[in-house]
Ligand binder design. Structure first.
Ligand code: HEC
Ligand code: HEC
Length: 164
């Protein structure tokens, strides 16, 4: 049994490596308005972490954005959508990002995201400095630069992930 789990782990890792070449560095050359419009309330999320169809759904409802109004003028909206779609990840690698019908998609709910974070404990997710998985920078110190390397993770209680 153990051996099977081990090998299926290897298969999963190599599959995701094909579509998301290096998931430790997800910086994308976005237009300047990307940081300004999409990086003020939370980090400007890496486009690679959601599929094109999901980005389109987010961009179609900016006025009702997870309880906030994140609307921008139509020209900016179009430019941002083009950028996100062009750099989107593949749906088959990531898995669907939606939990309920009509709910906006969440990149923190894809099978890919959950797998990458399966070693994070419930206590760490609930920590007052984290509160929501969308708060990437609570653990990934350089998330805003698109950097997610293991060496750059500090858990909310201050321990460095690589020292675990
Ligand atoms: C006015 C503040 C605000 C702005 C501006 C904003 N967002 Fe958000 N966004 C939020 C909030 C609040 C959430 C929900 C966070 C949570 O549930 O933890 C969210 C969640 C998201 C999520 C889902 C994250 C998850 O949980 O997986 C995506 C994707 C997203 N935003 C993309 C964008 C994009 C793209 C832009 C720019 C067009 C943008 N946001 C601009 C406030 C904002
Ligand atoms: C509670 C802390 C925490 C939060 C919040 C968090 N992560 Fe992580 N993340 C981790 C840990 C721990 C790992 C696993 C590192 C390892 O062992 O490789 C990880 C792994 C990753 C990886 C894989 C890195 C690699 O080596 O391939 C990516 C990409 C990533 N996270 C992105 C995000 C994004 C984007 C967000 C926000 C939407 C986020 N994370 C939120 C703790 C967190």
């Amino acid at each position: 049994m153990k051996t099977t789990a081990f090998w299926s782990g290897i298969v999963l890792i190599s599959l995701s490596a094909v579509a998301l070449a290096d998931t430790r560095n997800l910086s994308a050359d976005g237009p300047p308005i990307f940081q300004a419009e999409c990086g003020s309330c939370h980090i400007a999320f890496p486009p690679q972490l959601m599929a094109a169809e999901d980005w389109k759904r987010v961009m179609a409802k900016l006025d009702k954005h997870y309880g906030e109004d994140a609307s921008v003028d139509e020209r900016s909206r179009h430019e941002l959508e083009q950028f996100l779609v062009r750099n989107a990840g593949s749906a088959s690698t990531l898995g669907v990002a939606t939990t309920q019908a009509n709910a906006l998609p969440r990149l923190t709910r894809t099978a890919w995201f959950l797998r990458k974070h399966r070693q994070v404990s419930p206590a760490d997710w609930r920590h007052p400095k984290v509160r929501t998985p969308a708060n990437c920078a609570a653990c990934h110190r350089r998330a805003a630069e698109g950097r997610f390397h293991e060496r750059e993770i500090t858990m909310p209680d201050g321990r460095r992930w690589e020292d675990r």
